[in-house]
Design a protein around this ligand. Structure first.
Ligand code: 5GP
Length: 222
């Protein structure tokens, strides 16, 4: 049984690779995710992919665990101190990643806060799926100057959500270790936008084309 101090120290323990299951390789995870997308995903248009049965509404916890392990393996030994996501669909993979890295997870909230104070950072983000804007909010108390943060989200489209997260975290004094994405729509400009800011983007499934009934991926390089 750990005492309070040991539990707190565990949060700040350096990443230990042996705690992460090495049974799955990146290629296996990507293949599994792509197969699931082909089987259960629906291309609603040339721009929107619906994955409600395993990411956005119902969640596949075993897949999320494997994805979290893969993100943690990829970003191992980079001194990550916190995993940050945007509510709500990023929470499941962000939690499994944070758990594998043994660091806290922070959820950036989408509601504007009426209580404006020095401790609250906010930025306006345009929602890809809704076409409306929302305020992304971070309480400064959860980020310190020396934090090195990994951002996790379900989709990357125009890079608005990730760029908003980067703005908030940078304003709070953190450095950004990278962005981990489950499904990147590579025909949209998000990846280029983030790379232009000097941010590493690590995506699992990379969709090259969507159309009614059509979902195509960029093949994995071996
Ligand atoms: P971005 O900010 O990169 O333009 O869009 C990413 C955000 O919009 C993600 O947080 C995700 O929730 C949502 N999103 C973008 N494209 C899709 C999509 O094709 N399907 C779903 N379900 N969500 C998407």
């Amino acid at each position: 049984m750990q005492n309070k101090e040991q539990r707190e120290n565990a949060f700040h323990a350096p990443f230990v690779l042996k705690n992460i299951t090495n049974t799955y390789l990146r290629g296996d995870i990507v293949k599994e995710l792509e197969e699931k997308i082909l089987k259960e995903g629906h291309a609603l248009s040339e721009n929107i992919l619906k994955v409600d049965s395993f990411i956005n509404h119902q969640v596949d916890p075993v897949l999320m665990q494997q994805i979290g392990d893969d993100f943690a393996r990829h970003f191992a030994n980079r001194g990550i101190t916190k995993v940050v996501t945007i509510e709500s669909s990023g929470i499941a993979p962000a939690l499994t990643t944070a758990s594998a890295l043994k660091v806290p997870m922070i959820i950036l909230k989408k509601q504007p806060s009426k209580v404006l104070n020095d401790n609250l950072l906010q930025t306006v983000v345009t929602s890809f799926t809704k076409g409306t804007s929302y305020e992304l909010t971070l309480s400064h108390q959860f980020i310190e100057d020396n934090d090195n943060v990994l951002i996790i989200d379900d989709f990357l489209a125009n890079g608005e959500a990730a760029s908003g997260a980067i703005r908030l975290l940078t304003e709070a004094g953190a450095s950004i270790a990278g962005v981990g994405i489950l499904i990147e729509k590579s025909f949209q400009p998000g990846r280029e936008k983030l790379i232009a800011q000097g941010i590493e983007v690590y995506s699992l499934a990379r969709v090259s084309k969507l159309a009614k009934g059509v979902i195509e991926f960029i093949p994995e390089e071996n």
